[in-house]
Design a protein around this ligand. Sequence first.
Ligand code: COA
Length: 153
Amino acid sequence: MLDHYIVRPPKAVELQLVQMLRHDVLDPQRQIPSDLVLSAHDYDTEYIHMAAYDGTKIVSTVRLNPLIAKINTYVVRKMATAEAYQGKGLGGGVLEMAERVAVARGAEGFILDARKEAIPFYEKHGYILTGAEVSHTDGITNFTMTKQVCDGN
Ligand SMILES: CC(C)(COP(=O)(O)OP(=O)(O)OC[C@H]1O[C@@H](n2cnc3c(N)ncnc32)[C@H](O)[C@@H]1OP(=O)(O)O)[C@@H](O)C(=O)NCCC(=O)NCCS
């Protein structure tokens, strides 16, 4: 199934398309154009982007942010697969590839705040619930999960 798709880091000129996918999947109710503006972080070479392509179309994406406060730990952010492409292994493929790049840069662990419905997805990829929860002003609660890189990875 995955043979049909390519997983690679998006080019800088494609980051706006990445942002549009994030918006459509993660934040569709927000309509202000500023949501489609990339943050300075997106152009920071310390940050790791990964995307899955169906031809030239970006259909899954993730960004790993280096955590300043804890060296060699990356924060998994903006994980999103276009609705029509969910459940095909693309999110997993993108996440694993991004993690591999991070490990090559010295990552020893990963941390993220998961939406409740995404917890099983992250568990399949080795993430464990820490018990910590993050409540947002919009009433949504996220669940902190971590993953340690195994020796030999
Ligand atoms: C969570 C998400 C990124 C997974 O991407 P994906 O490409 O569907 O993932 P894969 O195909 O590699 O893995 C499939 C697994 O993801 C989970 N999954 C599939 N669709 C999902 C959905 N709509 N919402 C949450 N998890 C889903 C299931 O655990 C599934 O396992 P199963 O096939 O054994 O049931 C994707 O479903 C998505 O973008 N969801 C909406 C946005 C979101 O919740 N992002 C995470 C924020 S923390």
